[in-house]
Write a protein that binds this ligand. Sequence first.
Ligand code: SAH
Ligand code: SF4
Ligand code: F3S
Length: 460
Amino acid sequence: MQYEDFIEHDRIIDTIANYYDHPPAAYVHSFGCQQNVNDGEKIKGVLLQSGYNLTDNVSEADLVVFNTCAVREHAQQRVYGNIGALKKLKADNPKMLIAIGGCMVQQREVIDKLRKSFPYVDLVFGVNAIDKLPGLIAQRIRSKRRVLGEPVERYEVVENLPIHRDSSFKAWLPIMYGCDNFCSYCIVPFVRGRERSRKPEDILSEFRSLVQSGYKEITLLGQNVNSYGKGLEKKIDFSDLLALLAEQEGDFRIRFMTSHPKDASRKLIDTIASHDKICNNLHLPVQSGSNRILVQMNRKYDIAQYKGLIDYARQTIPQMTFSSDIIVGFPGETEEDFEQTMELVRQIRYVQLFTFIFSPRSGTRAAQLPDETPHQVKTERLGRLLKLQEEISREEAAALTGRTQRVLVEGPGREEGQLAGRLDNNLVAEFAGEKELIGQFATVTITGSKGIYLTAELVK
Ligand code: SAH
Ligand code: SF4
Ligand code: F3S
């Protein structure tokens, strides 16, 4: 479905313009993953087309949009805290509208809570209904009633939404939406709905226009990119898509996430090996080093398979680096299970690790499991894991000393006169250089490391 097909644009724009007595400004904040941030960019695009300007200052906003995340309880609490803080702003500016979108509002109990505890929230819009936002704003204005409704499951892929990207040189490019894996701890399949892939021709045309507009790093997004292509008319898998994009002309590099270990194939590794424009870094979330826990998590691979894939990747691409997500304190995780996770981390030597304490999500299977481990034990385990990873990250960074590498200069460094550039392997190097280099590729020689940052010198 194409965006232009059905919005009754003029009426909506008139309603919005007539409601405010000045050109209105919208503040959009995204709380979640890259997919969520990319949705936030589309929300901004749609609002710009509906007569709003954008502002970074919430206190001067005429419309506040929170694009929310439900993956852990902490993420939701942050959103509620931020909504709470809007109460005073709205009292000062009663015409201000508050819209809540994203993954949280796909849950009925969240909408109930907004209805009861946050009477100043004006409307909610579903995670797959960004195209409907202007119409809902107009409905709120015309009806003078809150537009909360019920969570709607909507699985259509809407192409050609306007987009206002946060960066002029790094872009997110979703290739698929939703997830069918139902890992037992995870809310994502419930809030994002069934997996569906974008057509390769739609992806390719967006990709080409990004390269033509000067984007240097394009990250392909999906909850499980390795199952790309299911249900499409054309027979294509993720490796084919990756090769198709990497063979396009232009000066760019490609990243992708996330790869589910059960679906990441040797063909994928071979494709990375045969294309220079694909970064040699694989984010391959393992979640736990214990086979027993992996079964409980419904992950559908075991540690031998996981290590087999990493061994193959290292043989094929010696400089390949890996990163991972790990959940600590899954229900029933014993000290022995946890020690297996520690051992795996020692063996794989990830360059980056994202660690989370298990957070029960209502409606998921894991939330029903008995969980007798005290929270304090979980935090203590997390502390041990973080300490181990810090040592590894430091050693891996130090081992890069003397290498000459290409970086994408992302912005100023932490000190005056310094720039920060991202390596192929996702680590950041800081070096002296002119601000004009921001947004460009540069070549640097690594001179050492300070914690997780590398120090470097510009070669050219
Ligand atoms: N689709 C991706 C990422 C999903 S969410 C994948 O499969 O890897 C990102 C990470 O959040 C997950 O990898 C997992 O480590 C973590 N996570 C998800 N649900 C969680 C929960 N209920 N408690 C703690 N961490 C969770
Ligand atoms: Fe969640 Fe698993 Fe899907 Fe990732 S693959 S989004 S962890 S259900
Ligand atoms: Fe992303 Fe959070 Fe939704 S991690 S998919 S924004 S629940």
